[in-house]
Design a protein around this ligand. Structure first.
Ligand code: NAD
Ligand code: UD1
Length: 315
């Protein structure tokens, strides 16, 4: 079995790559390292890595012809809602066009694949009042990021149906854990919180902190992706989450307890295009055998311990 993971040097991608390798899968990665880092991949020596842009159509076509992956996991993306508002055209070319071009090539070249998995986002649900979100809930994508994710989902599912490609979309909620890059102001909030707590930096809180998210530890996400890989399911959408709603204020308090230190906070205006409340119904995933194994407290503790250990080994 061979798998292609685009964005495989990134946060979630690198955890997926390591899991696939541990299961005996032959893995090929494409990543332009705009946010990723090869050090994220523990099994680097056992993986074929191409440092390339997924928008390089010629390269991607040649890669598919030469590598012939059975499974394709499309994770490469500009993963920030706020960044997509700053740079809508550029993020669109990665978050939608690159995926579409790959689907189109798979169709035209009639390459046999066992599964094409596209990583969408809880951002597609927007601010409609129905909670928790099921996969059938109405959507209301509010940002270029969310629009690209939703529109691409539709292409992925339609290509599946129309051209008999085994496609699946997953909607990640807010994933956290080791390997998430905190270096951009648009990075995931828990990576920024970790950096601020560890290095005594000032944290900017956008809004009143009452916004909620369904935070899910990355190991649970990998569990879910592996269950979907092994199942026969296709032409489906799955929420991947923990199933609990937590406000930013609560998670800050909880993380301060775990870290044993107080966060320095500056309050700023809420960001445009943001979702106010987010929580998933994970019933569909549970039917595949999923259980969220990591409570927020356990996940935060593991994440924090890991960062302390890497800090100690650097010194
Ligand atoms: P990440 O930024 O760590 O990973 C994305 C990877 O894609 C990075 O390694 C980056 O270098 C690479 N990349 C970006 N543009 C590229 C390009 N043009 N060509 C090649 N590589 C490129 O983000 P992540 O959190 O690991 O997200 C992975 C996927 O999951 C993304 O599609 C993201 O939209 C989606 N997602 C993430 C979350 C979350 O909470 N982290 C939630 C919902 C959806
Ligand atoms: C995150 C993911 C996105 C994913 C979505 C699914 C990242 C960068 N974003 O977006 O890929 O599709 O979940 O739900 O991984 N905040 C602060 N201060 C900061 C940073 C953030 O207050 O320094 C706030 C934000 O304004 C937001 C909340 O924290 O209200 C979460 O922000 P963020 O981690 O960027 O997540 P989402 O926008 O939910």
């Amino acid at each position: 079995m061979k798998a292609l993971v685009t964005g495989g040097a990134g946060f979630i991608g690198s955890h997926l790559v390591d899991h696939l390798v541990s299961q005996g899968v032959n893995v090929v990665v494409v990543d332009n390292l705009s946010m990723g880092d090869l050090h994220n991949i523990k099994h680097q020596g056992e993986v074929t890595i191409y440092i390339e842009d997924v928008r390089n159509e010629k390269f991607m076509q040649q890669l598919l012809q030469e590598e012939r992956p059975d499974y394709i996991y499309f994770l490469a993306a500009v993963a920030s809602v706020a960044d997509s508002i700053e740079r809508p055209a550029e993020t669109h070319s990665v978050n939608q066009t690159a995926v579409f071009n790959m689907l189109e090539y798979l169709r035209k070249a009639e390459l046999p694949i066992k599964k094409f998995l596209f990583t969408s986002s809880a951002a597609v649900y927007g601010n409609l009042p129905e909670l928790p979100k099921t996969e059938g809930s109405r959507v209301d994508p509010l940002s270029p990021y969310a629009i690209d994710k939703y529109a691409t989902e539709r292409f992925v599912l339609a290509y599946g149906d129309l051209y008999d490609l085994p496609t699946v979309c997953v909607r990640f909620f807010n994933v956290y854990g080791p390997g998430q890059n905190p270096s951009s102001p648009y990075s995931g909030v828990l990576s920024i919180l970790t950096d601020c707590l560890q290095n005594n930096k000032l944290f900017t809180l956008y809004g009143d902190g009452k916004q909620t998210r369904d935070f899910v530890y990355v190991e649970d996400v990998i569990q879910a992706l592996w269950l979907i890989t092994k199942s026969k399911t296709s032409h489906e959408v799955f929420n991947i989450a923990n199933g609990n709603e937590t406000s930013l204020n609560s998670i800050i308090k909880m993380y301060e307890m775990v870290a044993g230190s107080k966060l320095k906070i500056k309050v700023s205006h809420g960001r445009e295009g943001e979702v106010k409340r987010s929580v998933a119904n994970i019933g569909k995933l549970v039917k595949l055998g999923y259980t969220a194994k990591w409570s927020l407290e356990a996940g935060l503790s593991k994440y924090w311990e890991g960062t302390q250990q890497s800090e100690a080994s650097r010194n």
